[in-house]
Design a protein around this ligand. Structure first.
Ligand code: HEM
Length: 422
């Protein structure tokens, strides 16, 4: 493959420290100058940055495949660039039409009504995590980032008290720089632990069904057949990896922004009914899942560029969400913006399966933080951002002080003790 066939060529690298510092400006420049461009980093890939190209590619599964093609770009997770060393994920690594029956099964437990049923559990964990700091008047507000993991783990029937290992495994792989010690620890220690634990849990649930989402998948059928342990594991691991880091990224970025914008924070505290519309705007501007990859399945011309079979492509939802062709004043955060056709949850057949759960989580976290520690003051000199913002953007640590309040859970423990170890 020669550069003559590429047009235009950039040195874009979404895992570089420059990108982490300046991704909004870098994407703006790309969108304006070269909305579809080739970059030579990470073995070479196309980067799609305007709304039109990202939207079109996301809906063209024949040309932009999400499936694993180990012969192109090496083995590993098909939807990250570079590919992450994880197991096969269902349904995100299957193209239509074969992805459809799996997606139908998942939708049943993530649809709006099903997500609503999770509200008491979400409320419990948000209440408990804030209880753990509320009397002290100081905290690391990033502790709320643990709630999505607790809920997803509990919902699957796993032990939520172990949520931190799942966060290390799943979130670190997309928030630490590939090759860094944290990334290596996640890949070599935490990910194998998660795999062993979840696989053991599936075996245990086959013998001891319970009222949890793992038992639901064990019972379910795809094309008239029960799923194998491998298939169920692929789904569970994807749900965990999709669930633990993304909502955490959304709420941490939004809470820091709201500290910096006290008028908007006061409006949301006074009018909690505005939270849902504001949340859509936070999804647009912060785009927790910044960008994911595809593999090109044919030689073709795409938006004036000669894409070739086997090329990899990065679709930046974060950049599309700031395209001036689509959004008025795209870099302004307008918490009343409506309509808001952001694509932070992706587009097409792989559009986020967990979006109603994500919104339920974020809504409860915002509501309780505003109610219980609404006057929080962030120590901006000591916030810690994710070291790598190429795939997920957000904060690892947000030191805050606030007026102390009262605990709400009383003697109810944060983690019930009924979880049966397989
Ligand atoms: C703010 C929070 C979230 C954001 C921004 C987000 C973003 C996304 C995006 C962009 C995709 C599309 C991937 C692609 O096209 O390659 C996706 C897929 C997915 N997400 Fe989410 N997600 C969030 C929360 C969640 C949660 C809480 C769960 C699980 C409980 C979840 C489960 C999934 C699954 C299973 C898929 C794959 C769907 C498929 O391939 O059909 N996500 N998500």
């Amino acid at each position: 493959m020669t550069n003559e066939r590429r047009c235009p060529v950039t040195q874009f690298d979404h895992h570089s420290s420059e990108h982490t510092q300046n991704h909004v400006a870098i994407y703006r420049n790309l969108r304006e100058e070269t909305p579809v461009a080739w970059t030579e980093t990470h073995g070479g890939y196309w980067v799609l940055s305007d709304y039109a190209s990202v939207y079109e590619a996301s809906r063209d599964d024949d040309l932009f495949s999400s499936a694993r093609h180990d012969e192109y770009g090496g083995p590993g997770l098909a939807v990250t660039i570079p590919k992450a060393p994880t197991e096969f994920h269902i349904p995100i690594e299957i193209d239509p039409p074969n992805s459809a029956p799996y997606r139908k099964l998942i939708n049943k437990v993530t649809a709006p009504k099903a997500a609503e049923k999770l509200e008491p559990m979400i409320k419990h964990y948000v209440t408990g995590i804030l209880d753990s700091v509320i009397e002290t008047g100081e905290a690391d507000l990033a502790i709320v980032a643990g709630v999505p993991a607790m809920v997803v783990i509990d919902w699957l029937g796993l032990d939520p008290a172990e949520y931190q290992v799942y966060v290390d495994a799943m979130h670190t792989l997309v928030s630490a720089a590939p090759g860094s010690p944290e990334y290596k620890h996640a890949a070599e220690v935490s990910v194998p632990w998660v795999e062993a634990t979840v696989r053991e849990h599936i075996r245990h649930r086959r013998e001891n069904p319970a009222d949890d989402t793992t038992s639901y998948f064990i019972d379910a059928e795809i094309n008239g057949e029960k799923m194998t342990d491998d298939e169920i594991y692929s789904i569970l691991e994807l749900v965990i990896s999709g669930g633990v880091g993304t909502t955490a990224s959304l709420v941490t970025q939004s809470l820091v922004w709201l500290y910096q914008h006290p008028d908007e924070r006061a409006q949301l505290i006074e009018n909690p009914s505005m939270i849902d519309v504001a949340m859509e705007e936070f999804l647009r501007v912060f785009s927790p899942t910044q960008a994911l990859g595809r593999t090109i399945m044919d030689d073709a011309e795409f938006h004036g560029c000669p894409v070739q079979k086997g090329d990899r492509a990065l679709l930046s939802w974060a950049s599309a969400n700031r395209d001036a062709e689509q959004f008025t004043d795209p870099d302004e955060v307008d918490i009343t913006r409506w309509p808001n056709r952001h694509i932070a949850f992706g587009v097409g057949v792989h559009r986020c399966a967990g979006l109603y759960i994500a919104k339920g989580l974020a809504r409860e976290i915002f509501t309780q933080v505003f109610e219980r520690m609404g006057d929080y003051v962030v120590d901006m000199d000591n916030v810690v951002t994710y070291p790598d913002q190429g795939t997920n953007a957000g904060f690892h640590s947000i030191p805050v002080t606030f007026t102390p309040g009262e605990r709400r859970l009383g003697d109810t423990p944060l983690f019930a003790e009924h979880y049966t170890k397989a």
